[in-house]
Design a protein. Structure first.
Length: 220
């Protein structure tokens, strides 16, 4: 009899132990002894945490002023309103068919709403009467010979009722859009198109080296 009692008591205690283990979740999360804890628990400050080392108390830092993201073009350092400098401003970048198609896609996303996907200034926003200022008709004689640099300034800083698109389009994308506009203009009485790059894959070694060199200079 005594033996049975102690078995019951023992199993009750064991049961309680099990229950308390499962109920107290924190016990599961305590790993006990841990090997090389600084591999599990980083000593470095995590992003978005408080940090006493900086005046603003934040761990996340902005890039150093003037930093250029990898793969991006160097910024120009001209100022808004320097119309003469921008008039003469241009790029070494040259675009193949796929990039011109990308320029068209970007134009239709960001510019077509006002300038029209046909570049005729009759985009849906203006045509609806909701936007009072007439967007430039890029097929009009007034704009057909506008220099690429002047267009660049309009994208970067905006122009009167048109807002800036500097934060939507990086430097290469701005030139892609301009190249697309210039392509369409060249087919509508504008200047000869000069932003095109050859699509032909350069097979012989000599040609490949030349092509690489061209791309390199184009990047800077
Ligand atoms: C919200 C409407 C709107 C959008 C979107 C817009 N524009 Fe414009 N844009 C205008 C208006 C309005 C003008 C005429 C400004 C003036 O001359 O007063 C203009 C003028 C221009 C000019 C002529 C600049 C000059 O110096 O006369 C160019 C080039 C141009 N836009 C390109 C673009 C490109 C490229 C985009 C897309 C990245 C774009 N625009 C997006 C409304 C817009």
């Amino acid at each position: 009899m005594n033996k049975t009692k102690s078995i019951v008591v023992a199993s009750l205690i064991a049961g309680l132990g099990l229950v308390s283990c499962t109920e107290n979740g924190s016990k599961h999360r305590n790993p006990g002894k841990i090997y090389a804890p600084d591999m599990t628990y980083s000593r470095a400050y995590d992003a978005y945490t408080a940090n006493p080392n900086f005046a603003d108390g934040q761990s996340s830092r902005l890039p150093v002023s003037g930093a250029v993201a990898m793969g991006h073009e160097l910024p120009d350092h001209m100022v808004e309103g320097d119309t003469n400098a921008y008039k003469a401003f241009t790029t070494n970048l040259r675009f193949n068919e796929a990039e011109l198609a990308e320029g068209k896609r970007l134009f239709n996303i960001y510019c077509g709403i006002c300038h029209g996907n046909n570049l005729d200034g009759q985009g849906p926003l203006y045509a609806s009467g909701k936007f009072a200022a007439m967007p430039a008709n890029l097929k009009d004689a007034k704009y057909l010979h506008m220099t690429p640099g002047t267009m660049y300034a309009a994208i970067k800083f905006g122009k009167n009722a048109m807002g800036a698109y500097a934060s939507q389009l990086d430097v290469k994308q701005r030139w892609m859009v301009i190249a697309y506009i210039k392509k369409v203009q060249s087919e509508n009485g504008g200047d000869a198109f000069t932003f095109g790059a050859s699509n032909t894959p350069a097979a012989p070694a000599a040609d490949t080296a030349k092509a690489v060199a061209t791309t390199e200079t184009a990047k800077h």
